[in-house]
Each structure stands twice: as C-alpha cells, then as structure tokens.
Design a binder for this molecule. Structure first.
Ligand SMILES: [Fe+2]
Length: 582
C-alpha cells in the first residue's frame, strides 16, 4: 500500500511517502516554495514525493495527517469548563479550524483533474511525533518521548514501543509546555521569529545561569517527575489571543509571555538591540532550567521502564545541547533522535502510524537522504542556462572525469582554506545539511568562522559552526562516543584537541557534531577521509547550503547562492563551478 503522510496547515509543512512499509521519500514544503518554515498545504512536496516514486495520486491508499481534531477532546472540554476562554481565543480557534477544513478539498484544489480515492487517517499530533522516532530507529524496544510547544491540546507525550507496537502512556496537557517556556523566553531575548530557539541555545554558553532561581518559578518538573508545570502567571497563551498565522506562508506568533515575566526578569530585549551580558546570562539560565526539566522527565521515564533505549521527537528534541547530556545523566544509552524532531517530522510519523494501524509491516529507515536528487545531465541544463551569469561573475565550469578526481579537487580546495559548496545526491530530510546540501570548510582555521560569515552567511557571530566527523574517529576528538548522524547532539571536544579545530569549537569547548558512517553517505565519507589524509584531522566544518533562505534544493538555487555570495567553488554532482583565482 502507498501511504502519504502530511504535516499540513502548520509551520514546516511537509510530505512523506511509505511504499509497502518502506519510507522512500520525505521533504519539506519550504524547500520548494523558498519560504522558511512554510506553513499550509504542502502541495509541492506531495507532488515531488509522488513523482519520485513513479506513482500518482490515485495510487495512494491512505493519506495520514498528523493532527486529530477529536484528540484531547476530554482535556479540552475539562479545561474550557474550568477556564472560560476569552472571545479572542475563540476567534483564533475558529480561524484555525477553517484552515484545517477538508483535506480532500485541498487536494482537489492543488491537483485538479486528479482523483484522491485514499482513505484519510487523522493521527494524533504526538503519536505522529513518537512514531517518527520509533519506527525509523529500528529499535525493537524503546521508551519514546515527544516534547514540543503544542499539538492537539498536548505539549508532551511518552510511551513505549515494543516489537512494532507503540503505546502512549501519558501526556502533558495545555497550558503547560516546555516548548512554550523556551519559545516565550526566546521572544523575551529579542528573537521574534518562529524557530529562533536555536539562537538562545547558541548564546547560552557565553553567560552564567544567574537567573536560574527566577526561572525555576516559571517552569518546574512535575512532582512525580513525569511531566512539568508552568506558572501561568508568566504567560499569555492560556488567557489571551495568541495570533498564530501564515497568511504569506511564513508563520508568525504574537507574544507569549506576560508583563509579570518582565517584573520577574527585568526588561525584555528589543530585536536588534545590543546583546548585553544580562541577555547571555538569561540565555544560559533558560537552557539550564530547560535541561533540568527535560532530564528529570527522562529520568522518571527510565525508572518506569526496563530498557536503555530511547527515541526522541518533538520540537524540543532539536535541543542538541540537552540531548548531548542524556547518556551521561540518565540510564538511557542507546538514543535515537528523529532526523526531523519538529513538526515536519509528523509527516513521516503519521505515515508510519497509519500504516501500522492498517496492518502494514513497516521497515526502519535511518537514512536522512530522502529528498530530491539531480543527475549530472540535469545539472548541465541549469549550468548552460546560467552560463552568462557564471562567466560574468568571473567563474569557470569544468566536469570531473571520475569520483577520485572530484574528491581530490574538493579536498584540496578545503584544506587550502576555500569555502566550498557541496551539492550531491538526495537532499536531507530534517533541518540540517548533512553533507548533501552543505557548505564545507577547514575546521583547523581560526578565521574560518569569520570567513564563512563574511563571505556567505552574515549571521550572528555568537552562533557556532558544526563539524562532520568520520564515525570511527569520534572518541579521539570528543570526550563522549556515540552515533550522531543528524547533528542532534553536542559533545565536549577533548581539551587537548580544541586548539586544532577552532572553527568548530564553541566558546564552552563543545561541538555539535555529525558522525559520518560510510554506509550512509560514501561520497561525503570519501571527502572527509581525503581531508584527513592531507591534514590528520578527520573532519570538515559543515554548515547548511543557503544564505538567509531555506536550504537549497535544486541545482539552480545552489548556483545562484554561490554566484551572489563569495563562495570559492561549488561541486554539483560531477560539475565544479569555481572562481578564477586572481
Ligand atoms: Fe509538534
């Protein structure tokens, strides 16, 4: 059976395709529309998923959507009786419902002339999150946890997966939410955009946790340890209208924190205002208190289950610093973080959960390389179409005869300090570039961070760059060992190694690593191995291939990004476009 999974009508909308229980395609709509966090119906991602598998809409047997309007009805009704919602809250909920009207109608509009005969299966939001981690992991038995802002009136859920059966044992209901805590404090620190939480995480190591005591009043672990509670005095989301809209495709949130939080912590930082030490101390405090709640919940779950395997999902599972602490601070040792922990991942999870519900046998899939790919001939069409731009920018084009020549050229450029675009194979599923839509550089150069920021990224100087490291060398360079294929954990770098790789060593001596297994990405492994043979360092700096836009998807976007920035060269399949050296 063909199952099409969707995260729709929400930020980071996405589509995924299971064919006879095998995950064959997954992509986010933002990559096609070129609008970050694009929300709404993911028609272009759906279209690509179907075409990539050589099937049409009428072949789809099931459409699975990661929200169930009936879910949480009891909790919702109980909350409404206790706290009559303000008229503004009602208006917003009606608007959301209007946008969530018939899935069939959206298909009819987006795919005129094609018939959808599939059964539409709603999958509760957190069940979809849990499934997006459990089924791809391949673990037979594992504790599963999802922590996010909100979905279907809950902000967290946990359970256990045993032999392909996933049971949800508990939830945290509205208005309590660890995700809302982090999002509200992210807004407080002057980062207003949806998905800006990672900036607070990057800022945290520059500060001291001087505000931890105050923030422990704002959010606490539940008395039982399983869950957490917000002190709702400090928030607005439960009593006022929180506009969450996506009129232009890009989601916006209004302010989540109340004036009481300003009384507790002092004035909020205006976006664009100078970053003071107080803000860095606050960021460190937010991260610390978040970690305390997250690890307390994990510790309580570990005490309830006789397994050291854990699968993680939900937007809070993107907190790679907290994830890096789990193995040391809880009994969990085998940890799988979903490649897309945030809501996009619900497309994969809904597909898996619906397939299992309909009696399909499903397969694990750990590869994140599930997106579009382009042949050298297809790339040549784009290069020909933009030849005048390429020559006008002082660049030349050549094609490598074989993989060995490609790897030699690229690795030589990297170790000599060039900033290299690396566009190969299938686009990654999830937020990170993992060596197929990446910009790579030499991690040994102290100035590489500034070079990449000045030539391409122009992003906040406090944000670190990440290393991709060959899996077999992890323990030589980091004080922890483990599989981190999706860059979802931060490990401490060995103190004696830090000076050798300054470009990927954060201010606190850590690195958000991606571990490379040859079996998962042989070409990228070859590139890093070639660099290792030249320098003795088995890693490259890896940052996403983009410039204030979604990660590039098609060759033309990679080429245009290279031409409008000062990237030295881009390798597109076997092709190389490089700036002619003066
Ligand atoms: Fe979610």
């Amino acid at each position: 059976m063909i199952v099409l999974g969707l995260n729709a009508f929400h930020a980071d909308s996405a589509a995924a395709l299971l064919v006879d229980g095998r995950l064959v395609a997954a992509a986010e709509e933002e990559r096609f529309r070129r609008v970050k966090h694009w929300a709404g119906f993911p028609s272009q991602a759906i279209d690509w998923c179907l075409r990539s598998a050589g099937v049409s809409l009428s072949d789809v047997g099931c459409v699975a959507v990661n929200t169930d309007p009936k879910a949480g009805r009891l909790a919702r009704a109980a909350y409404a009786i206790r706290h009559l919602p303000s008229p503004a809250m009602v208006i917003d909920r009606l608007r959301a419902r209007h946008k969530r009207m018939s899935v069939e109608q959206h298909f009819a509009t987006a795919f005129p002339g094609q018939r959808l005969t599939a059964r539409v299966v709603p999958v509760e939001h957190h069940l979809a999150h849990l499934a997006s981690a459990y089924y791809p992991s391949g673990f037979e038995r594992a504790v599963a946890l999802s922590v996010d802002g909100f979905g279907d009136f809950a902000s967290a859920a946990w359970g256990v997966g045993i032999k392909g059966r996933l049971a949800v044992d508990g939830k945290v209901a509205f208005p309590h939410s660890l995700g809302v805590f982090y999002q509200a404090l992210t807004q407080f620190l002057g980062f207003p955009h949806y998905g800006d939480e990672y900036k607070v995480m990057g800022l945290a190591p520059y500060g001291q946790p001087l505000y931890a005591e105050q923030l422990r009043r704002v959010v606490q672990p539940a008395a039982s340890g399983v869950g957490f509670t917000l002190d709702t005095r400090y928030f607005r989301h439960h009593r006022e209208r929180i506009a969450f809209d996506w009129e232009d495709g890009s989601p916006t949130f209004s302010r989540l924190y109340s004036d009481e939080l300003v009384e507790l912590l002092g004035p909020a930082r205006d976006p664009g205002a100078p970053m003071e030490q107080r803000h860095k101390d606050l960021a460190r405090s937010v991260q610390l208190v978040f970690e305390e709640c997250y690890l307390a919940l994990l510790g309580a779950l570990a005490a309830l289950h006789d397994t050291d395997a854990l699968v993680l999902s939900g937007g809070c599972a993107q907190n790679s610093v907290a994830n890096g602490l789990i193995a040391a601070r809880t009994p969990f040792k085998k940890i799988f973080v979903a490649p897309a922990g945030y809501d996009a991942g619900g497309a994969v999870g809904a597909a898996y959960a619906a397939a299992v519900k309909l009696g399909e046998a499903v397969q694990a899939e750990r590869s994140p390389y599930l997106g579009p790919e382009f042949s050298d001939d297809e790339i040549a069409v784009d290069l020909d179409a933009h030849r005048a731009d390429i020559l006008g920018a002082g660049c030349e084009v050549h094609r490598h005869e074989n993989v060995a020549a490609l790897i030699e050229d690229a690795s030589q450029r990297i170790v000599s300090g060039q900033v290299v675009g690396w566009f190969q194979g299938r686009m990654e599923w999830g937020p990170r570039a993992l060596g197929n839509r990446s910009i790579v550089g030499d991690p040994r150069r102290a100035d590489m961070k500034d070079i990449i920021n000045s030539k391409i990224k122009r992003r906040e100087s406090f944000r670190p760059f990440a290393p991709s490291i060959l899996r077999e060398h992890v323990s030589e360079w980091f004080t922890q060992d483990g599989d981190v294929p999706y860059m979802s954990m931060v490990f401490p770098i060995r103190p004696e190694k830090r000076a050798q790789i300054p470009a990927v060593t954060h201010v606190d001596g850590t690195g958000r690593l991606q571990t490379i297994e040859r079996s998962m990405n042989p070409l990228y492994a070859d590139l890093i191995e070639a660099c290792r043979l030249k320098t003795g360092v088995p890693m490259v700096l890896n940052t996403s291939f983009n410039e204030n836009e979604p990660v590039v998807c098609r060759p033309v976007e990679a080429l245009q990004c290279m031409l409008r920035t000062e990237m030295d060269a881009v390798f597109l399949g076997g092709w190389c476009v490089s700036r002619v050296q003066q």
